[in-house]
Design a protein around this ligand. Sequence first.
Ligand code: CP
Length: 319
Amino acid sequence: MRNPQLNEHGELQHLLSLDGLPKSVLTAILDTAEPFTEVAEREVKKLPLLRGKSVFNVFFENSTRTRTTFEIAAKRLSADVINLNVATSSTKKGETLLDTVDNLCAMQADMFVVRHESSGAPYLIAEHLHNTGRHHIRVVNAGDGRHAHPTQGLLDMFTIRHYKKDFHNLTVAIVGDVLHSRVARSQIAALTTLGVPEVRVIAPRTLLPTDVERMGVRVFNDMHEGLKDVDVVMMLRLQNERMNGALLPSPQEFFKVWGLTMEKLARARPDAIVMHPGPMNRGVEIDSAVADGGQAVILPQVTFGIAVRMAVMSMLAGS
Ligand code: CP
């Protein structure tokens, strides 16, 4: 079957998911991002790699970090950036997703950065571009439903590599609402591909997919057991907007059992880092003492996101 993400030379054509991408591609993205972290230190924070290209940010769901860092990344690469305001766009008058895409293509779009509440929407766009012969236009998935958030997964891998240097001797725990989390799916795909020997998920049974073990993880239903001696703790946001019905007791009770406090974090290695993709629910999945503490690398994750998104866009533009 055709892999819509890679061209016939194995180069990245679109970034839709980390599932099925080889280690060499993931490593190439992380390596490409390394020098881009230094662009922020320059007086002129610009490179000409996307000069003359038009990048359309098309976000059908709310975003602070992803939309803004994609915009910064594209501007640092000298692209023209157009942020479609979906709330005031003609999609509100009933225009379909693909009609919107066709119209943006008619404005000479070179790249779409797409966030959508429906899993698969960026695939649909990539297939549509392929089927209509517009092979030069690139699509980046900025989060689709519960399915994938590949640039979040990549910036998380960049952060882990920055602090831990190597993936091959790590124990990593992903904690919380795995069931509704596109971030968790992308993290698990990347961690397993990059050779992390032990990936744990720690969650109540109601917040785990039924086939979670098939993703190559160890499952824990107890924070004290699951956090023992881990090197990296990756917290997840409780995705209330994706829950149908009561899967949980109250947020206070959830915090008591599953919230990351300093006391629970003490079970991890003393040099363990704490990550969170944001936005955080303080006092629900994470205590402020942890979120603002010395082991948290939550804000560096955001900063690294710019370099990683620069890497993805420059590689796509070059393929
Ligand atoms: N991590 C993340 O996707 O954050 P935003 O929803 O603010 O983009």
